[in-house]
Structures are given as structure tokens and as C-alpha cells.
Design a binder for this molecule. Structure first.
Ligand SMILES: Cc1cc2nc3c(=O)[nH]c(=O)nc-3n(C[C@H](O)[C@H](O)[C@H](O)COP(=O)(O)O)c2cc1C
Length: 176
């Protein structure tokens, strides 16, 4: 991939993975992109837990209702530490924003390295926290399956399934 836009276009939500191991070195290469991600006041409130071994992987996958998650050789639990994240003077906690940026770096770096991912937020966060003994000030925000894709993205997915530019970018203001 020669350009950022090509990389961004190639990322897709993969829901079927090859039964092929991903080396620790490759996972760590991908996570370098998370390590250098920006965060509010550089608070870096992220904690990533990588699960590869059974039976724990199966138990984590079971916190989500769809069985395809189990096909991923690696499941990342992306967590936010609310004791570290920045709160604005109006009280807004920026933890989720910071974690989302780091996850986006991961999904793009994974794509660049021939891997695939999918954001999964519709999981049982309480069960996940309990399985991993995650303390109350840390929230599991998303599960990110990581592996070699066993499916290809639909070629025209950015045509019909995305809003056109004139519905998202407004010059000098808009009516709400
Ligand atoms: C915050 C967030 C949460 C998501 N949660 C889920 C989920 O629980 N399960 C799932 O299958 N996909 C989930 N997705 C994937 C979206 O459905 C997907 O990104 C969207 O349909 C666009 O498709 P694409 O990623 O292939 O471009 C989530 C995506 C985001 C950004």
C-alpha cells in the first residue's frame, strides 16, 4: 500500500479468520502504532491485553454473542484507565476518545501488515472484567480480534455504505 488513503480503504471489519498463528513479533510490530498514538495531555490511558491461549480465549469470545469471534487467533481487550485519563473542566472524561485513537492505529497497522481486525463493542464488559480481574477504575472498551483474514471485503463497500462528502463536511457552518 503506497498511500494512507489506500491503507484506510483496505481496512475492513473482518468476521472470519484463518486458522493461522500470528507471531508475537508481528503483534508487537502492530502495537508500535498504538504506542505512539496521541492522547489528551499525553495521558496514554490505554492497557491492551492480548489473549491467544485456550481456554481463556474461548471464555473471552463467549462474552460476545457471535461465534465468529472464536476464529481469531488473537483477541485484544482494549481497556481504558480512568485514573490516568484527562478530564476537562466540565468533567468530560477523554478516556474513550484516547482508546479509540489507539485502536484505530492498531486496525490500520494490522491492515498494513496483511492482518485483519474488527471492532467489537457489543460484548459483556462485566463478564470480561471479571474473567481478567480488571479493577473498577479500568474499563474494557472493545474487543479487537486480530488474525489473517479468511474473507475479503466487498469491493464497493465505500460507495453505497458511506455518506457522501457533502453530507459530512460543511464549510463555514450548517443548519442543525
Ligand atoms: C465503536 C465501534 C463498535 C463496533 N462494534 C461492533 C460489534 O460489536 N460487532 C461487530 O460485528 N462490528 C462492530 N463494529 C464494526 C462496524 O459494524 C463497522 O466498522 C461498520 O459497519 C463499517 O464497516 P467496515 O469496518 O467494514 O468499514 C463496530 C465498529 C465501531 C467503530
Amino acid at each position: 500500500m503506497d498511500s494512507f488513503i489506500e491503507l484506510a480503504r483496505n481496512r475492513f471489519s473482518c468476521r472470519a479468520f484463518k486458522n493461522q498463528e500470528v507471531s508475537k513479533e508481528l503483534v508487537e510490530k502492530v502495537f508500535e502504532a498504538a504506542r505512539i498514538a496521541p492522547s489528551a495531555v499525553n495521558s496514554q490511558p490505554w492497557i491492551f491485553i492480548a489473549i491467544t491461549e485456550e481456554p481463556l480465549k474461548k471464555m473471552i469470545a463467549a462474552t460476545y454473542a457471535r461465534s465468529w469471534l472464536e476464529t481469531a487467533p488473537v483477541i485484544i481487550i482494549a481497556c481504558g484507565d480512568h485514573n490516568r485519563s484527562w478530564r476537562r473542566s466540565d468533567g468530560k472524561d477523554h478516556c474513550d476518545i484516547d482508546i479509540a485513537i489507539a485502536i484505530d492505529h492498531i486496525t490500520l497497522a494490522a491492515t498494513e501488515n496483511g492482518l485483519a481486525t474488527c471492532w467489537v463493542c457489543k460484548f459483556d464488559t462485566m463478564k470480561c472484567a471479571s474473567l481478567l480481574e480488571i479493577p473498577a477504575h479500568v474499563t474494557p472498551i472493545a474487543l479487537i480480534p486480530l488474525g489473517f483474514p479468511a474473507e475479503a471485503p466487498k469491493a464497493d463497500r465505500h460507495k453505497d455504505k458511506r455518506k457522501p462528502l457533502n453530507e459530512i463536511l460543511f464549510w463555514e457552518g450548517t443548519k442543525f
